[in-house]
Design a protein around this ligand. Structure first.
Ligand SMILES: Nc1ncnc2c1ncn2[C@@H]1O[C@H](COP(=O)(O)OP(=O)(O)OP(=O)(O)O)[C@@H](O)[C@H]1O
Ligand code: SF4
Ligand SMILES: [Mg+2]
Length: 348
């Protein structure tokens, strides 16, 4: 099922390449509660969906940081908060050490997003030239039309739409889904941003074209030194794209670390279950040892007491319904929020 992934050539930045204090974006105790209509679930009291609940992380220059987890765990909300498309309930976001609400219009152009759906994110009335040129014109980066066209041609070549001249005057309905997403990527990169949020950027595309688009995005990010927040529920995709991963569960980050370290040595029972559920490249191979997580994700309104994973955790004890674990350092750059991870892993 994910055979195509094995063809993907990984070119991951080594940890040492990342300069320690070269932080592009930082979230500090970030929280987003959505109010729920009074009376619907609340017996008259105000209720909230805890979409993002006190999460902290840093993304470095040129790094691809992945957010993974099941549907509804708060991945997209986190992305929207970083893009400042949603107001946070509390916490802080810094872009290059500047509080995000206070950054200038000029700095704002350094933060872009790649949309999930290439079928409705491109204006049907605009040609490819005008779609990609629009940010340049709006930001008054280039004025001369010949220079604008030259720049758009360079972008088209970088996203693999060649010969570029053949695409300039086409309209979105004349392009395949994969080609549309390449145009969307070109538009996101045209202002040479320093940080891009990509929320499930290939999930609407045919499986056969996904790998090509991801490879192109990764190469482009490496060439330009762009940092990425890569949001996906697909751990196999996260593995090929990301330098570091954060696993989210019910609005919280439960484990965070360098991608290979986290996937080969998962410490949190939820991460272990996610990894056990990823099909192997060999279709005849069985999944790794099954780790039963019980039932569905609880609602974000009635958060379980103690560790929020305890109703589904095969290792839960009474203590787990009392103590709400915080992320603690478990390795060099590896963090986990589980009070029993050492016992589970036979570390003590
Ligand atoms: N505008 C909103 N109003 C109320 N609740 C919301 C709103 N947006 C998101 N939520 C809720 O917040 C929680 C987190 O949603 P979010 O979309 O961030 O999850 P996700 O991890 O991106 O899920 P998916 O993988 O399905 O895209 C969910 O319970 C969702 O129902
Ligand atoms: S704290 Fe307890 S319930 Fe939570 S993940 Fe660890 S063992 Fe499971
Ligand atoms: Mg989402």
């Amino acid at each position: 099922m994910v055979l195509w992934l094995v063809f993907f050539i990984k070119e991951r930045r080594s940890e040492t390449e990342m300069i320690k204090n070269d932080v592009i974006i930082e979230a500090e105790n970030l929280r987003k509660l959505f109010p729920v209509m009074r009376g619907l679930f609340s017996k008259g009291e105000d209720s909230f969906v805890h979409a993002v609940d006190e999460i902290s992380f840093k993304i470095h220059r040129g790094e691809t940081f992945g957010l993974v987890g099941e549907s509804g765990c708060g991945k997209s909300t986190t992305g929207m908060l970083l893009l400042h498309l949603l107001n946070r309930t509390s916490g802080k976001i810094f872009f290059k050490e500047n509080e995000i609400t206070r950054i200038s219009k000029n700095m704002r152009k350094d933060i872009q997003m790649i949309f999930q759906n290439p079928y409705d994110s491109l204006s049907p009335r605009f040609s490819v030239l005008n779609i990609i040129a629009e940010p340049l014109r709006l930001m008054k980066i280039l004025q001369d039309e010949r220079e604008i066209e030259k720049r758009v041609i360079e972008e088209l070549e970088d996203v693999g739409l060649v010969p570029a001249e053949d695409f300039l005057n086409r309209f979105p309905h004349e392009l395949s889904g994969g080609q549309r997403q390449r145009v969307g990527v070109a538009r996101s990169f045209v202002l040479d941003p320093e940080f891009i949020v990509a929320d499930e950027p290939v999930s609407m595309l045919d499986v056969s074209v996904r790998v090509g688009i991801l490879k192109m995005m990764k190469e482009l990010a490496q060439k330009r030194g762009t940092a990425f927040l890569f949001i996906t529920h697909d751990l196999a995709l996260a593995r090929v794209m990301c330098d570091r991963l954060a696993v989210m569960y019910l609005g919280r980050i439960v484990e965070q670390g360098p991608t290979e370290e986290l996937i080969q040595h998962p410490l949190h029972p939820y991460t272990q279950a996610l990894i056990a559920g990823v099909p192997k490249p060999d279709p005849d191979a069985k999944r790794t040892e099954e780790l039963p997580i019980i039932g569905e994700v609880p609602s974000g309104i009635h958060i379980p007491k103690g560790c929020r994973f305890n109703p589904r955790c095969p290792y839960a004890t009474d203590e787990c319904s009392e103590i709400d674990p915080i992320l603690e350092q478990a390795g060099d750059k590896h963090f986990v929020a589980c009070i029993r991870y050492k016992k589970i892993k036979n570390i003590e």
